[in-house]
Write a protein that binds this ligand. Structure first.
Ligand code: PTJ
Length: 244
């Protein structure tokens, strides 16, 4: 269906189409539709705009990624469908490998996500390796790649289900989540939570990193030291209350 540009919900309908196409291409799971619906609802409650608190988290996340020794970008079926170009661009800029890690297990889908990212210019996309596991996780997301999540100090985990962020932290890693729901387990447990739609958060993250990459890293470590994720989440909840 061609969506007329004049439609008042043009952006939202276009984004929905990306998820539907992701399912048709075999990269997004059917459950991804439900996750997306949840995301749409929260985006509506947040006024469908990037708020100041999301800008603050994005800035802190940019620094954390730039200062990390072994950063990695974890990719699932929804993220791959919504922002493939941005994931690849970010991976090259930081630089950080892209690693496919999905909740609903499917070898076929993992390979399709890898191919999809390669079509957008990714040179190397890591896949889970059954010889390497992160501790304390039951689901198949425990299988990780030794060149990626296994040895990473910082994991960017956009649009995540609830069981992994806490565990990654228990494994000694720092986690940056992009989750439009400030009340989700992931949002509550992450080191830095960007409460924004991934479609707006990724371009902003790229813009920030592009700018900050030119500055002296050591001088600006204090940005992360002074960052308080709990305060950001409180601001997000307050923002929703005010808009309602
Ligand atoms: O590809 P797989 O198998 O790894 O599955 C991916 C999904 C997303 C289906 C899976 O991880 C899942 O079920 O996730 P949840 O538990 O529904 O959590 C997704 C979180 O992302 C929720 O808190 C949503 O509010 C949030 N979310 C959904 N869409 C967006 C979003 N956050 C930012 N931007 C969005 N567009």
């Amino acid at each position: 269906m061609k969506i007329p540009k004049s439609h008042p919900r043009f952006e939202s309908l276009k984004t929905r189409d990306l998820i539907v196409n992701g399912i048709k291409k075999g990269i997004t799971s059917m459950h991804g539709l439900i996750a997306h619906g949840r995301g749409e609802a929260f985006d509506y409650l947040l006024g469908e705009k990037t708020s100041n608190f999301a800008k603050k988290s994005t800035e802190a996340a940019s620094w954390l990624l730039l200062l990390a020794k072994n950063p990695v970008i974890s990719v699932n079926g929804n993220a791959a469908a919504l922002v493939p170009k941005e994931l690849v661009e970010l991976s090259k800029m930081i630089p950080a490998p892209l690693e496919v890690n999905i909740f609903h297990p499917s070898k076929k889908r993992e390979l399709k996500i890898k191919k999809h990212l390669e079509k957008y210019g990714a040179k190397k996309v890591l896949l889970p390796n059954r010889k390497y596991k992160i501790k304390f996780l039951e689901s198949s997301r425990k299988y990780v790649n030794p060149e990626g999540i296994f040895n990473a100090d910082v994991v960017l985990a956009p649009l995540e289900d609830g069981d992994r962020t806490e565990v990654l932290i228990k494994n000694g890693k720092k986690v940056i989540s992009v989750d439009i729901n400030p009340l989700s387990r992931t949002a509550q447990n992450a080191t830095i939570t960007i409460v924004d739609n991934i479609t707006r958060a990724m371009p902003l993250l790229i813009k920030n990193i592009n700018f900050l990459n030119k500055l002296d890293k050591n001088e600006l470590r204090h940005i992360i030291k002074n960052y308080d994720n709990k305060k950001i989440l409180q601001k997000a909840v307050r923002h929703i209350r005010q808009l309602c």
